[in-house]
Design a protein around this ligand. Structure first.
Ligand SMILES: *Cc1c(COP(=O)(O)O)cnc(C)c1O
Length: 363
């Protein structure tokens, strides 16, 4: 069996849920498990988050919700954007809570649901991705209230810069409050009003009935330079040395022959590559892995299925554990470290950890 794998610590997920519940009290927690729970495995993570006190789940699309339902999960599931109108009938089929923001979709939904269905109205307060303009909030709320099978279960919005701009975030909060007040003034109950994501719950802390927490569940901080809560990373990416060789100074391992070894070295090959989510850029930007509790640099370019590591004079043998993300002994490499080296964010790193790597789960 391929020794490269992803180990997920479900106790870390449970711990992180507890951290957020304490922080957002008395608000409820919506565990955001889209994109296969940010690469961590949606069904096991959803189960662990619900057991630890999350009230709802949220996903990006119907297919992701269907996977959870097929696994027997019966918690409320919020869809974070409107599916294509053709899929409106899937909402009843899987018993989902859709977000809505286009009158055309509300219309399609109202004729396709086969039972009373709560919908959450998404207001665009400045993110400008999806959502209804604030001036349309009342009209949509009225359309929902007037449609036979639908009712307004909630009103929500999404922060664009909660980890870096408090002023803009407070403006977004105020625009949402005004839209909610306008809906109430028409005699319509807005239902559950929710706003913060992970960064909002950590750094802005607006009043909100629920928080939609993704990244923080997995133990990562939106701004790693401000680690203000005790979060535990849940993902470890590990492999084993598959081949070793002693190479002379000046040898240039891997594609492109980019870098000469500065001295005679033990070079280890590890069967994991960019097809598994190890960014090719990592080997050009000083990336390292852990073997024997020590950091070792890449000896050459990341390839699709394998990497080469410069182990200096350390005795490294076939079968030695290699940690790409996670702790080994007293050393640790984080998803944040990969993100910083490759000019991206930890969200993209963990989502990119490929399906080709088997996941194992432990508590
Ligand atoms: C992905 C997403 C979240 C979760 O964001 P994190 O920053 O990972 O906590 C919350 N709300 C919406 C609308 C999202 O798309």
């Amino acid at each position: 069996m391929r020794p490269s794998r992803v180990e997920i610590d479900l106790s870390a997920v449970a711990h992180n849920v507890g951290v957020f519940l304490e922080r957002i009290e008395p608000a409820g927690l919506i565990a955001v498990v889209k994109a296969n729970a940010y690469g961590h495995g949606d069904v096991p993570v959803a189960g662990a988050a619900l057991d630890a006190g999350a009230s709802w789940l949220a996903v990006a699309m119907v297919e992701e919700a269907a996977r959870l339902r097929e696994a027997g999960i019966d918690a409320p599931i919020l869809l974070l954007s409107e599916p294509p109108a053709d899929d409106a009938s899937e909402i009843s089929r899987w018993d989902l809570i859709p977000s809505v923001y286009r009158p055309e979709f509300v219309e399609a939904l109202s004729v396709s649901v086969d039972r009373p269905t709560a919908v959450h109205l998404l207001i665009d307060t400045g993110m400008h991705r999806v959502g209804a303009a604030p001036v349309r909030a009342v009209g949509l709320a009225q359309q929902i209230a007037a449609s036979g099978n639908l009712h307004l279960g909630g009103v929500w919005s999404h922060f664009a810069v909660a980890e870096e701009d408090e002023e803009f975030s407070r403006l977004q909060r105020d625009v949402l409050s005004e839209a909610v007040a306008a809906i109430e003034a028409e005699g319509i109950d807005p239902g559950i009003v929710h706003l913060p994501n992970t960064a909002g719950a950590l750094y802005i802390r607006p009043e909100s009935a629920m928080a939609r927490v993704g990244l923080g569940l997995y133990g990562l901080h939106p701004d790693p330079s401000r680690p203000i809560a005790d979060l535990q990373p849940a993902m470890r990416v590990v492999s084993r040395v598959s081949f070793t060789q002693r190479l002379p100074a000046g040898a240039r391992p891997s594609y492109g022959r980019r870098r000469p070894l500065s001295a005679e070295s033990n070079v280890a090959t590890v069967p994991i590559g960019y097809a598994d989510g190890v960014p090719r850029l990592l080997s050009q930007r000083g990336g390292e892995v852990l073997i024997g509790g020590r950091r070792h640099p890449f000896a050459g370019t990341v390839t699709m299925d394998q990497i080469v590591i410069d182990c200096d004079d350390d005795d490294v043998v076939v079968g030695d554990e290699v940690v790409l993300i996670g702790r080994q002994g007293s050393e640790e490499i984080t998803a944040d470290e990969w993100a910083e080296r490759t000019d991206t964010i930890s969200w993209e790193i963990v989502c990119g950890i490929g399906d080709r790597l088997p996941r194992s789960y432990h508590r």
